[in-house]
Design a protein around this ligand. Structure first.
Ligand code: NAD
Length: 491
C-alpha cells in the first residue's frame, strides 16, 4: 500500500480509503494507494504550516537550502533506475524517453533551482541623500502543488524544487492515474533528511484531495498543471481564500513547416514532437501546418514514418510509443476518431488499436488529413498520438491558422529563412516558440502558456516571482520634512 507522507512519516488515509493504480500495458492493478480526503489534507497543511511558522526551513539562507536540494538531486541520480522502472510501469511512457529524458531532467530541476535561488538580487531605489528604498524577497508560505498524470516525476520536481528553494513548505497532490513515482520522491526527500513538514504528499482524487487543498485557508499558493477546465475550476474554488495561482494548462500547438525548410529535420521534429511521450504531452505539436509546395511530399513521408513507429511494451528499449495511461483516456482518444470522420477528415494512418495488441491501452500512432482548422479535431486537445495536417498558402495564412485557437502554449517553426522564422515566432500567440528545433528546454527561460494555456511563468528567476513574496523597505537617511498634525493648534 502506497501511503501519504506527512511530517516526514508515511501514514495511511485518515478515513482508511484507497484506490488502485493500473499498469497501462495490462490494466491490472500494480498497487493500492491511500486515497486522501479533507482530513489528510488538513493534517498535511498543518504540518507544512508548522514547519513554515516555527521550523528552520524559511529562515535558512538560500545556500543552506541549496545543500538539501543538491542532495535530493544526487539521490534521484542514485535511485534513477528504480524511479524509471516505476514511472514506466505506472505511465506506459517508453523506457528510452524516461531514462534519457524525464529522470535526468528531474535531478536537474533540483540542481538548477539550488543555484538559481542563490543568484536572486534585490533592487535599490536611492532618492538622493534622503532615502534608500530597496526590495527584499521572502518565502510566501504553504504551497499546494497539483500535478497531472503525464511525466509525473518530472513535473512534480519542476514544482517542488523552486518551491522549496524559495523557502516555502508544501503539500504535493499527484494525479490519481500515476501516483507511484511521487512516493519515490517522498522517500528521497526523507533520505535527504529535510526538516519535518517541509515536504508533504497526499494522494487521492481531484474532487476530494485536490479540492480540499485548493480550499484550505492556510495554503497561500497553488501551482497547478493539468487541463484548462480543471484550472478554471481551481481558480473559482480558490477565490474564497484568495490564493496566488500558477496555471500550466492544455495546448494544441502548431508545427509550421515552410516550403524552404530542411525537409528531413522538419520531418524528424514534427514526428518526435507529437508522438513522443505517447502524445500525452502538453507541448505536443499536434497541429501540423504545411505550406502548399511541400504538402504532398511531406504527408507521404510522414505516412511512411508514422506507420513505421514501433508501438510496444514501454519497458523495451526499442519501443517508441507505449500504451495510453488509462482505459478511460483510450476511449476518449478513440472517440475523437469518430469526431474527425464525422467532420469529413480522413484517418490516413492509425485511428485504432494496433493489430494484435489486444491487452492494455495501446493506440496506433495516427495521422489525420483533410482537416480544416475549424474542425473539433483541430481545435481540441486530444492528448494522444494523433496529428492533424492542415495546408497553408503563405506566412499570413500560417499565422492566422496558428493563432485561430483558444490555446497558446507552444509553436514550432521550420524554415531556412531564420528572419522569417523569428518574425512568425514573435507574432504567434503562444508562451513558447521554437525555430528549427523540437522542444529543447533551457531551465533559465520562462515557461508557460498564453490564452487558455495558462497564467504565469515558471523557470529561471521567473519561478521566484511566483514562489516568493517581494516587499519594499524604505529607509530615511536624514531628517526629511514630516508634516505635523496637532502640534501648534493649541488654543
Ligand atoms: P487534470 O486537470 O484532469 O488533473 C490534473 C490534476 O488536478 C490531478 O492531480 C487531479 O487529481 C487534479 N484535480 C482534478 N480536479 C481537481 C479539482 N477540482 N481541484 C483540485 N485538483 C483537481 O489533468 P490530467 O488529465 O491529469 O493531465 C492532462 C492535462 O494536463 C492536459 O490538458 C495537458 O495539456 C496538461 N498539461 C499541461 C502542462 C503545461 O505545462 N502547460 C504540462 C503537462 C500537462
Amino acid at each position: 500500500m502506497i501511503q501519504h507522507f506527512i511530517n516526514n512519516k508515511f501514514v495511511p488515509s485518515a478515513e482508511g480509503k484507497s484506490f488502485e493504480t493500473l499498469n497501462p500495458t495490462t490494466n491490472k492493478p500494480i498497487d493500492s494507494v491511500a486515497s486522501g480526503t479533507a482530513a489528510d489534507i488538513d493534517a498535511a497543511v498543518k504540518a507544512a504550516r508548522k514547519a513554515f511558522d516555527e521550523g528552520p526551513w524559511p529562515r535558512m539562507s538560500a545556500d543552506e537550502r541549496g545543500k538539501y536540494l543538491r542532495k535530493i538531486g544526487d539521490l534521484i541520480i542514485k535511485h534513477a533506475d528504480e524511479i524509471a522502472e516505476t514511472e514506466i510501469e505506472d505511465t506506459g511512457i517508453p523506457s528510452s524517453q524516461i531514462k534519457k529524458g524525464a529522470i535526468p531532467r528531474a535531478a536537474d530541476n533540483f540542481y538548477f533551482f539550488a543555484e538559481e535561488a542563490k543568484k536572486l538580487t534585490s533592487e535599490v531605489f536611492p532618492v538622493g541623500d534622503k532615502f534608500m528604498n530597496y526590495t527584499v524577497r521572502r518565502p510566501v508560505g504553504v504551497a499546494g502543488l497539483i500535478t497531472p498524470w503525464n511525466t509525473p516525476f518530472m513535473l512534480e520536481t519542476w514544482k517542488t524544487a523552486p518551491c522549496l528553494a524559495g523557502g516555502n513548505t508544501c503539500v504535493l497532490k499527484p494525479a490519481e492515474w500515476s501516483p507511484l513515482s511521487a512516493d519515490k520522491l517522498a522517500r528521497i526527500i526523507q533520505e535527504a533528511d529535510i526538516p519535518p513538514g517541509v515536504f508533504n504528499l497526499v494522494h487521492g482524487f481531484g474532487e476530494s484531495a485536490g479540492a480540499s487543498l485548493v480550499a484550505h485557508p492556510q495554503v497561500q499558493l497553488i501551482s497547478f498543471t493539468g487541463e484548462t477546465s480543471t484550472g478554471k475550476e481551481i481558480i473559482r474554488n480558490g477565490a474564497g481564500t484568495l490564493k496566488r495561482f500558477s496555471m500550466e494548462l492544455g495546448g494544441k500547438s502548431p508545427t509550421i513547416v515552410f516550403n524552404d525548410a530542411d525537409f528531413d529535420r522538419a520531418l524528424d521534429g514534427a514526428t518526435f514532437q507529437v508522438y513522443s511521450l505517447n502524445g500525452e504531452r502538453c507541448t505536443a505539436g499536434s497541429r501540423l501546418l504545411l505550406q502548399q509546395g511541400i504538402y504532398d511530399k511531406f504527408v507521404s513521408a510522414l505516412e511512411a514514418r508514422v506507420k513505421n513507429i514501433r508501438v510496444g511494451d514501454p519497458h523495451e528499449a526499442q519501443t517508441e510509443v507505449g500504451p495510453l495511461i488509462h482505459p478511460e483516456h483510450w476511449q476518449r482518444v478513440r472517440a475523437y476518431m469518430d469526431v474527425a470522420r464525422q467532420e469529413g477528415a480522413k484517418i490516413a494512418v492509425g485511428g485504432e488499436r494496433p493489430t494484435g495488441m489486444t491487452d492494455g491501452n495501446y493506440f496506433a500512432p495516427t495521422l489525420i488529413t483533410g482537416v480544416k482548422n475549424s474542425m473539433r479535431i483541430a481545435q481540441e486537445e486530444v492528448f494522444g498520438p494523433v496529428l492533424v495536417v492542415i495546408p497553408f498558402k503563405d506566412d499570413e495564412e500560417a499565422l492566422r491558422i496558428a493563432n485561430d485557437i483558444q490555446y497558446g502554449l507552444a509553436a514550432y517553426i521550420w524554415t531556412s529563412n531564420v528572419a522569417r522564422g523569428q518574425h512568425i515566432a514573435e507574432r504567434i500567440e503562444s508562451g513558447l516558440a521554437w525555430v528549427n528545433s523540437h522542444n529543447v528546454r533551457d531551465l533559465r527561460t520562462p515557461f508557460g502558456g498564453s490564452k487558455n494555456s495558462g497564467i504565469g511563468r515558471e523557470g529561471g528567476h521567473y519561478s521566484f516571482e511566483f514562489y516568493m513574496e517581494m516587499a519594499t523597505v524604505h529607509v530615511a537617511l536624514g531628517n526629511h520634512h514630516i508634516p505635523t498634525m496637532g502640534k501648534e493648534n493649541k488654543k
